[in-house]
Ligand binder design. Structure first.
Ligand SMILES: C[S@@+](CC[C@H](N)C(=O)[O-])C[C@H]1O[C@@H](n2cnc3c(N)ncnc32)[C@H](O)[C@@H]1O
Length: 322
């Protein structure tokens, strides 16, 4: 296993996390980027969320992937003469790429990009033990930033499952899609999983599981600040709050202060009034036509769209035409 060349996340200045936290908690609407959920503990909580019955996006997409992969296998046979290179964004535990690797016969290399370093490396080691012929490259990188990959003559297939694209505002999603196009190159493909709009009851249940795993995942960002930035958040003074905002078509996750309080982070004091919240994540839900249009405006043309029978989740094959 060889690291991919770019390992920008390792090159971040030590204080970038601190600078983002102080800036985010100084806004009128206090905010923290969802990327900070994901240290080793956060990645493990996310895996637990995926195993919840309420969390339909994971199991629905996973169930769709064998069919998607079979269709891709038919399409790429003869269309990728020098073989395929899969590049996964936000790779996590690599539970989904196996469906592609089993159906696509001509995948020569796999680059897995994620910000959660230890988790990424161990997931790549497991994959390596299952696919010994495959050249696997973990790439520790913040995918909100541009990335250059080594030149390749292979056909590149980007893979961005999990509806992680929904964590961006539509404007940020467009920037991501353009950057991904530049990273993968003109003519390359992107297989992307996107959550659909649906009745609020289903959405609200998915982000408010009765076991409280999503709440732990949400609060992990506070624990992380305590661990890494010498913070003194008292977790019992904050409550997980997730709801579907129908006006903008997104789930919002917040951490709500249960009392008036002060928190210290590396010498900075942050004041909270009772009921004030930190906005920690958005999860946008897209109508297929709206997502296709967003992709088109970002340089990507829709090749194919798969929807499950209940229209709970959509998987798109896009091609970068810029
Ligand atoms: C919602 S999880 C999806 C995981 C997996 N792809 C799936 O579909 O089950 C998001 C993944 O993206 C990673 N991630 C989040 N923000 C990131 C960023 N800015 N740069 C790189 N990886 C990021 C997280 O570490 C996590 O593994």
């Amino acid at each position: 296993m060889q690291y991919a060349e770019s390992r920008d996340a390792r090159e971040l200045p030590d204080n970038e996390f601190l600078a983002d936290v102080i800036l985010g908690l100084s806004q009128d609407q206090k905010t923290l980027s969802p990327k900070y959920f994901y240290d080793q503990q956060g990645s493990e909580y996310f895996d637990e969320i995926c195993d919840l019955q309420e969390y339909y996006p994971y199991r629905t997409e996973l169930a769709m992937l064998p069919t998607v992969a079979q269709d891709l296998g038919n399409y790429f046979t003869g269309n990728a003469p020098r073989g395929l290179e899969i590049v996964e964004f936000g790779a996590g535990s690599l539970r989904k790429v196996g469906a592609l690797l089993r159906s696509l016969q001509n995948v020569r290399s796999f680059t897995a990009i994620d910000i959660s370093e230890a988790h990424l490396i161990s997931a790549c080691r497991v994959l390596e033990s299952q696919y010994r012929e495959l050249s696997i490259h973990p790439c520790v990188h913040d995918f909100t930033k541009p990335l250059s990959l080594h030149p390749s003559e292979r056909t590149r297939l980007g893979f961005f499952p999990g509806s992680t694209i929904g964590n961006f505002t539509p404007q940020q999603a467009s920037v991501f899609l353009r950057n991904a196009g530049t990273t993968l190159g003109t003519g390359s493909f992107l297989l992307i999983g996107v959550d659909t709009q649906k009745p609020p009851t289903i959405l609200n249940q998915a982000y408010n599981d009765p076991k409280g795993i999503t709440a732990k995942f949400n609060k992990n960002v506070l624990e992380r600040i305590n661990r890494e930035l010498d913070g003194n958040f008292k977790l019992h003074n904050f409550a997980h709050h997730a709801f579907y905002n129908e006006t903008v078509g997104r789930i919002e996750m917040h951490l709500r202060s249960l009392k008036e309080q002060q928190v210290n982070i590396a010498g900075h004091t942050i004041e909270f009034s009772r009921g004030e919240s930190i906005h920690t994540e958005n999860s946008y839900k897209f109508k297929p036509d709206d997502f296709t249009e967003l992709a088109r405006q970002s340089g990507w043309v829709k090749h194919h769209l798969w929807l499950d029978s209940d229209k709970l989740f959509a998987v798109y094959l896009l091609q970068y035409a810029h």
